[in-house]
Write a protein that binds this ligand. Structure first.
Ligand SMILES: Cc1cc2nc3c(=O)[nH]c(=O)nc-3n(C[C@H](O)[C@H](O)[C@H](O)COP(=O)(O)OP(=O)(O)OC[C@H]3O[C@@H](n4cnc5c(N)ncnc54)[C@H](O)[C@@H]3O)c2cc1C
Length: 409
């Protein structure tokens, strides 16, 4: 099943002759990573850095899945606000999860700075505006709790928001330390770098099953068997070859990429989003385009025409033009894509509850890249026999509202 349709933008930003060479050896790898998108690349990097031998296999090209559709907003705030997460899992765990996200942003910055390719990582503030008066209370409550725990943020009332940005909404939360990135370049850059550090990579190999044999794992692929001590599933929104996920929800979402603009975009080129669900969100790019996303629909089907995608993109552009005075955007590229959320708005990261040496990093939710980063570190520690702090918050055996468990088999 395709996970996106239409014209993607990020692959057009990289003129790369195939610098990633296919190679797998007849040896037993400490870890085989299944899926070469954001989660797979960051996990492989973390494992290689810890001194493990690693192979990454992908059934398609690397970074061609959800990573290529990712609009590249990186934020420490999540779709579930901190005060809401406190109600869901308690204050200590909720604050710890937000702190992990904040740290992951810094880890992403550090990673971006080391790559052979510039992944266009730029720190930006985020403007999270109340879509209507009813949501202003939420924004104020969030500001209070973030401030209590020293997360960098500010509250802007209506007059400050309109004066600074022209956005005519009741108020907004400003968060600092967030960033924009080109996810495609980030992943291709990581893969290039780890290949030069000894990782073996292979695209075009589908993993069909993973079978235990004499204390090892045989990874069955469309091109033969790869041997591993540990297997990590970083298969994104696609069903993993082992394990059945029951805590996720798939939706269809849309993205419009404007033609480059000549006028200044808006205040500090901030990342903009809102409290309404589904939310409208937008960012700028290094070549002065505006990327706008939203209009999520309750379907997991991608059988949609280019014309229908274009109509959605025109609507996104209109909403952006209405929001920011002076913007006069025109659609250049547009696409639709599947988007995975989890029922408790947290990612799935950790060991299989019953199978030894099977690990998952499935970053469902709007903050997927941050989850990929924090999950990569967590899984590396788990594989090394450590118990990372607070890993139970995202573990696969946690109980999720309205489901019994997450991964079963
Ligand atoms: C429109 C859109 C906008 C988004 N915007 C943002 C954003 O602004 N910020 C953010 O943080 N996140 C965003 N996300 C989420 C983000 O895209 C994901 O969190 C992230 O890219 C997922 O990376 P991944 O590596 O887990 O999955 P993917 O990039 O999908 O990689 C999974 C890989 O696994 C491979 N694979 C699957 N099954 C097998 C198999 N059996 N054998 C071998 N290979 C296999 C696939 O081919 C694929 O390459 C957005 C998502 C969408 C759709």
């Amino acid at each position: 099943m395709p996970i996106h349709a239409g014209q993607l933008y990020w692959p057009t930003t990289m003129n790369e002759a195939s610098t990633i060479k296919n190679q797998l050896l007849e040896k037993t790898y400490d870890a085989v990573v299944i899926g070469g998108g954001m989660s797979g690349a960051l996990t492989a990097l973390s494992l290689i850095t810890a001194g493990l031998t690693v192979a990454v296999v992908d059934k398609n090209d690397f970074a061609a899945g959800s990573t290529a559709a990712n609009t590249g907003l990186l934020q420490y705030s999540n779709d579930i606000m901190l005060h809401e997460l406190i109600e869901q899992i308690g204050e200590e765990k909720a604050v710890a999860f937000y702190q992990l996200c904040y740290k992951a942003l810094n880890d992403l910055k550090e990673t971006a700075g080391k790559l052979p390719v510039d992944p266009e990582f730029i720190n930006r503030p985020s403007i999270y505006y109340a879509s209507d008066e009813n949501d202003l209370g939420k924004i104020k409550k969030e500001f209070e709790v973030l401030t209590k725990y020293d997360f960098p943020c500010e509250y802007w009332d209506h007059s400050t928001l309109i004066k600074k940005t022209g956005i005519d909404k009741p108020g907004a939360l400003l968060t600092y330390g967030d960033a924009e990135v080109n996810p495609y370049k980030l992943v291709r850059g990581i893969l290039q770098m780890i290949q030069s550090q000894g990782a073996d990579l292979h695209s075009g190999l589908e993993v069909t099953d993973v079978i235990e044999a004499k204390g090892m794992l045989n990874v069955l692929t469309s091109g033969g068997i790869v041997k591993a001590r540990n297997v990590i599933y970083t298969t994104g929104y696609v069903k993993p070859p082992v394990g059945k996920l029951t805590g996720e929800v798939l939706k269809r979402t849309y993205v419009a990429v404007s033609k480059p603009i000549t006028q200044p975009a808006w205040y500090e080129k901030a990342l903009i989003w809102e409290t309404k669900r589904p939310y409208l969100y937008m960012r700028t790019t290094v070549d002065d385009r505006i990327i706008i996303g939203g209009l999520d629909e309750e379907t997991d089907q991608m059988d949609i025409s280019q014309e229908a995608i274009r109509t959605k993109a025109e609507r996104l552009i209109l909403e952006a033009n209405d929001l920011i005075p002076g913007l006069q955007l025109e659609v250049d590229m547009s696409y639709g894509a599947l988007f995975g959320e989890s029922k408790d708005e947290l990612p799935f990261i950790g060991r299989h509850p019953e199978k030894l040496h099977h690990y998952y990093l499935l970053g469902f939710g709007g903050n997927g890249t941050v989850y990929s980063m924090l999950g990569a570190k967590m899984l590396t520690e788990l594989i090394q026999g450590k118990e990372p702090a607070y890993s139970q918050i995202v573990g696969l055996d946690r109980s999720v509202p309205r489901t019994d468990h997450t991964i079963i088999r």
